[in-house]
Design a protein around this ligand. Structure first.
Ligand code: NAG
Ligand code: NAG
Ligand code: NAG
Length: 326
């Protein structure tokens, strides 16, 4: 009796814990360097410069998949004309050293989702949450079910399996998810291999010499650049917000390898992670006062310092003009 009650209590606690563990880390947590004289991040990873990041943990139980996370890093640069800016989104897999899964694995990126994919009605710059909060539990379950029903192991190679996964989701939009796509099908769907010969390799110390930033935790993690999306946009605040702080759902799918590798998984196992950059740095956090927080209660309970945004804007603008003039 007693132990059953304990079990029930533990289950409740575990659920609560899982919920709080779904938080997304920001530049304030991974300690991105600060652009001089501002509170904005200046995070350079292997030669690419970013203004904000978000880091979301995966919790995959299969052996060899512990301690994984997705980092989304976003930056803005010159767009080639004076009224256009280039936005870059890079997605890195954070993983323990020597990550080399002995099974098939792909990541499916939903790079263009509708504005309805959001964490509540608070400020999108600071909001965070889970995929169930951003796009409903029923949509999340539909996506996972669709991935798990595929026979990916028979595709021949991980690359071919990822292509099959991508085609499946490009061709089929589950009704539960209809309002989260931008049209009658998912747009901007790409799948990348995370295992096998074609999978991208971790950043090495040779290619890392220009980095001043390592947006992952623990810091001992390796980072592997898995996907990049570039887009151009104007200087409207809403353009910046959607390109910088939009949510990217990523479906991470493991499946039995086609080469009779040891059975880490015997059937597909998919997990959906919703990652977005968060507008918070060590400097912008430090400039917050309790008074600011009270004043900004309409930011959904998250912390937004009075000065961080204008400073960030100024910083982005000055980078832009610098590039233009240079
Ligand atoms: C890359 O550089 C960053 C910043 O100096 C450092 O924290 C990180 O450990 C380095 N990683 C590798 C793989 O060299
Ligand atoms: C995206 O833009 C960055 C910065 O200009 C560039 O280095 C990268 O090659 C571009 N990637 C793609 C996929 O176009
Ligand atoms: C995998 O194992 C099965 C049964 O042991 C065997 O029949 C099959 O040929 C093997 N496939 C490959 C690609 O090695």
């Amino acid at each position: 009796m007693c132990s059953r009650r304990t079990t029930a209590l533990l289950t409740v606690l575990a659920t609560v814990f899982q919920h709080t563990a779904a938080q997304i880390l920001s530049c304030a947590d991974v300690e991105c360097p600060i652009s001089q004289g501002t509170t904005a991040a200046d995070c350079i990873v292997a030669g690419e410069s970013f203004n904000a990041v978000g880091v979301a943990d995966l919790s995959i139980e299969a052996s060899g998949f512990d301690g994984l996370s997705w980092t989304k890093a976003v930056g803005a640069g010159s767009g080639g004309s004076s009224d256009q800016r280039l936005f870059t989104q890079n997605f890195y897999l954070g993983h323990p050293l020597g990550f080399n899964p002995d099974t098939g694995a792909c990541a499916l990126f939903f790079s263009r989702v509708s504005d309805r994919v959001k964490f509540g009605d608070g400020s999108p710059k600071l909001s965070e949450g889970t995929c169930a909060q951003a796009m409903t539990e029923s949509c999340v379950n539909a996506l996972i079910k669709r991935a798990n029903s595929l026979d990916l192991g028979s595709a021949g190679s991980t690359e071919a399996a990822c292509e099959k996964l991508q085609n499946e989701f490009s061709d089929n939009l589950d009704s539960e998810c209809a309002s989260f796509a931008t049209g009658s099908r998912w747009a901007g769907i790409t799948a990348r291999p995370l295992s096998g010969a074609a999978s991208p390799k971790a950043i090495t110390s040779e290619t890392n010499s220009t980095s001043n930033c390592w947006p992952t935790l623990p810091k001992s993690n390796d980072l592997t650049l898995v996907e990049t999306f570039n887009s151009t946009g104007d200087f409207q605040a809403s353009t910046l917000t959607s390109n910088f702080f939009g949510i990217t759902p990523i479906l991470t799918v493991l499946f039995p390898g086609s080469d009779n590798s040891t059975a880490v998984v015997t059937q597909p196992e998919a997990q959906l992670t919703c990652v977005k950059a968060i507008d918070l740095t060590t400097a912008s956090r430090d400039t917050q006062s309790p008074k600011d927080e009270n004043d900004k209660s309409n930011d959904g309970g998250f912390h937004l310092s009075g000065s961080s945004l204008p400073v960030m804007w100024t910083s982005i603008m000055s980078v832009f003009f610098f590039v233009l003039l240079g």
